[in-house]
Design a protein around this ligand. Structure first.
Ligand code: SAH
Length: 334
């Protein structure tokens, strides 16, 4: 077991104030290379529904956005995305969506097990929000390997700032604990530069991540969506996101760390910057072209006009240019 690195609030503030980004990047890159070399893992993202019962203030597919053009993929369409993805070299499929009651546990289990039986060498990741322990267990028994549930912020007051009162940090954390107990590879994470975020709330995030010790951490800049209560708020920056990626790589040396689509949206080479700062995962979109624009969590999302094949081709080139290579395997936690 490697010693788990820690950082004090004072050290964290010092690093941010002194703008030690270059030094952090160098260190984080070395740690990533020690554990994963120059391998970059890919996950094929399938955004299968944008219906959602929740009303998160930041999110474009929140329940009360009347302008969201709602859609659901059929089982056949989801399988079609997987077939295309498999052909293109993907060995992980991420099913992400709003919290959509149409997809009952039974339906989710059926979808997971048909993906697993058609593609036994692939990992299935779910990212469908807060469920009961029993539901999580049922999905796991049906074959789901991983679950992404960003904690969004580990600071109680900040959580309330970002969400309506029916949502609570306590429940979110409870869900993450259940997922870990059941045996999933678990991903937590948060947005960078979300309204109300401070160095102190970010420090709480880092402490929470250290405690939870997840297999994956998804972070990306907050980007305002024009139909949400946060429409007029400022977006998070590429620099802050990259610095935090480095710090997270140093705190959790083996963690799977995506350079997110949001990072590629605030900066045309944002994902490359993320990979050079310690990230080791990219998650290109496998959703059918006709729904891409509709899964609008935030404005100006990249790659909405491209086919999956074009996306992976473009990413391969980008990744190669910075001396990394995309690998065609499940990309499990090492
Ligand atoms: N319903 C699922 C999936 C949510 S969408 C769940 O609850 O986990 C995936 C992630 O997108 C969210 O966890 C959030 O961190 C991020 N997101 C939502 N709105 C965003 C915005 N405006 N800018 C950047 N990221 C956003």
């Amino acid at each position: 077991m490697e010693a788990k690195q820690n950082i004090t609030l004072e050290q964290f503030q010092y690093l941010l104030a002194r703008n030690e980004a270059d030094y952090l990047k160098e260190r984080a890159l070395a740690v990533r290379q020690e554990h994963y070399g120059n391998d970059v893992f890919v996950r094929g993202l399938i955004e299968f529904t944008n219906y959602c019962r929740n009303n998160c203030y930041y999110c474009g597919i929140r329940r009360d956005n009347p302008n969201a053009d709602r859609y659901r993929l059929s089982d056949e369409e989801i399988m079609e995305c997987c077939h295309e993805g498999y052909r293109l070299g993907f060995r992980t499929f991420v099913l992400q969506g709003g919290e959509d009651g149409y997809f009952t546990d039974e339906k989710i289990c059926r979808i997971v097990s048909s993906i697993k039986s058609s593609f036994p060498d692939c990992a299935v990741t779910l990212s469908i929000g807060e469920k009961t322990r029993e539901s999580y267990k049922a999905f796991f028994d049906a074959g789901a390997d991983r679950y992404l549930l960003r904690h969004e912020t580990a600071n109680e007051a900040h959580y309330q700032w970002l969400h309506p009162k029916e949502l609570s940090l306590g429940i979110r954390k409870e869900c993450l604990k259940h997922l870990k107990d059941i045996g999933y590879q678990v991903g937590a994470g948060f947005m960078v530069g979300s309204p109300g975020q401070t160095n102190e709330t970010l420090y709480d995030d880092l402490q929470f991540l250290r405690e939870l010790n997840p297999h994956m951490v998804g972070i990306g800049p907050f980007i305002p969506q024009h139909d949400t209560p946060f429409a007029a708020e400022k977006a998070g920056t590429v620099d802050m996101t990259v610095t935090l990626l480095s710090i997270i790589r140093l705190l959790l040396p083996r963690v799977l760390l995506p350079a997110t689509t949001a990072l590629g949206t605030v900066d045309p080479v944002g994902r490359e910057k993320g990979l050079m700062a310690g990230a080791n995962v990219v998650m290109p979109n496998l959703s059918p072209k006709r729904v891409r624009e509709k899964y609008a969590l935030y404005d100006k999302k990249i790659c909405t006009g491209e086919e999956a094949a074009e996306c992976i081709e473009c990413l391969k080139n980008r990744v190669n240019k910075i001396g990394c290579n995309i690998v065609c395997d499940r990309g499990d936690y090492r």
